[in-house]
Design a protein around this ligand. Structure first.
Ligand code: AMP
Length: 382
């Protein structure tokens, strides 16, 4: 057990690292952040930060040696420096999990090999025959880059010959995955924590609504039958065990009309769809992450409020005149409301599509809470 008072290192300095640091600090830990860019949201609230590339072995080794355990808030970290530094310190989760999750092809191949339900896919090597891969899956489908994709970046839906031709030219020379298009009933996610002692605990299932491929609303409890929720929880737990996870893992899934649950993505870190837990759960996902990597007993994941809706605040909520930002969102609309929790990440520059913060609305009834969340989102943009 890494006792409170010791030092937790986090690779990545974004908002997830910032909220991790807040939770760790509350439990009495010191947090060190390693982040290539300056002025990061996590560095601003941590005891110590290092700004250097992930490939700078010397700096990275010094950082790892200064921490009792090192974790991540971002999965697109190159794995080679991590395996080279395996001897220098303790890493949770292990780099092999990061390696699977950061590449869509490896991730889907891992799911297939381990017989977890996933979306049917075909791979296309760089310079390979993408049109043939698309035809083998059939239309409609979606082409995604194998590496470094998130929030719908590097994706194209293919519905006809014209979009097929566009996909072939825009993915030329890249390794890609072609996935069957799923007409899902809804999207779900489960966050599961696993400790080094093998104890696992899942947060309640979140129902997620994406707009333009970016998470817009997370709805708790998910409006799906209890037996389907059980299925989603069991799936996330089985994946965490098969991966040998120590830490936190988010599993994003599609629920189809036929009641199938298919895994879309996995991320071995706190997740946007778990932010609601900061205000509507006994233990937040960030505290659970701290507990799991530090070897503390895992926390209670019961909801502390019967209903909760999390809404992302993107740079789009600022006032724009062309591409010039001319004003802030109407914060007062949120701040004067009861049972609304506002979180801002301290990012200096708003940009359309950039995650700047979020708010969580709690209530007793999910329909009314969701309606209130939608109304407050509209008021913020007014
Ligand atoms: P991803 O970057 O793979 O997480 O995709 C972002 C979002 O795009 C997902 O949350 C879905 O809303 C949508 N999406 C991705 N893949 C598919 C698919 N195969 N079928 C339908 N929608 C998809």
């Amino acid at each position: 057990m890494i006792s409170p008072g010791k030092t937790l290192g986090v690779l990545g300095g974004g908002q997830l690292g910032r909220m991790f640091a807040h939770s760790a600090e509350r439990l009495g830990y010191r947090v060190h952040v390693y982040e290539p860019s300056v002025d990061s949201p996590a560095a601003e609230v941590s005891a110590h930060s290092v700004h250097a590339p992930y490939t700078d072995l010397e700096q990275l080794e010094a950082f790892v040696r200064g921490c009792d355990v090192v974790t991540y808030e971002f999965e697109n970290i190159p794995c080679e420096p991590l395996w080279r530094l395996e001897h220098a310190g303790l890493f949770h989760p292990k780099w092999q999990i990061l390696e699977v999750a950061q590449n869509r092809l490896r991730e889907k191949t891992w799911l297939r090999k381990n017989e977890f339900p996933h979306v049917r896919f075909a791979e296309c090597e760089a310079g390979g025959d993408l049109a043939a891969a698309i035809r083998s899956i059939g239309l409609p489908c979606v082409v995604k880059t194998a590496d470094f994709g998130y929030d719908g970046k590097g994706q194209l839906k293919v519905t006809d010959e014209a979009t097929l031709a566009r996909a072939v030219s825009s993915f030329a020379g890249q390794r890609a995955v072609v996935e069957r298009w799923v007409d899902f009933k809804c999207e779900l996610s489960v966050l599961v924590a696993r400790s080094s002692a093998g104890e696992t605990r899942c947060f309640p299932v979140a129902e997620n609504i994406h707009t333009k491929h970016i998470l817009d609303f997370s709805i708790l409890p998910a409006r799906v039958a209890p037996e389907l929720q059980q299925k989603a929880l069991a799936l996330a737990e089985a994946i965490a065990e098969r991966l040998g996870l120590v830490g936190l893992l988010a599993v994003e899934m599609f629920l189809t009309d036929r009641g199938e649950i298919l895994v879309n993505e996995m991320a071995p870190r706190p997740h946007n769809s778990g932010h609601w837990s900061m205000d509507a759960c006994v233990t937040s996902q960030f505290e659970q992450h701290v507990r799991a990597v530090a070897g503390l007993p895992l926390g209670d994941v019961s909801m502390s409020s019967p209903a909760a809706v999390m809404v992302n605040i993107l740079g789009d909520a600022w006032k724009w005149s062309g591409d010039k930002c001319v004003g802030e969102p109407a914060w007062a609309a949120l701040l004067r409301e009861p049972r609304v929790h506002l979180h801002l990440y301290g990012k200096k520059e708003p940009r359309p599509g950039r995650k700047m913060g979020h708010f969580t609305v709690t209530g007793t009834d999910i329909t009314e809470t969701l309606e209130r969340a939608r109304r407050l989102k509209a008021a913020l943009h007014a």
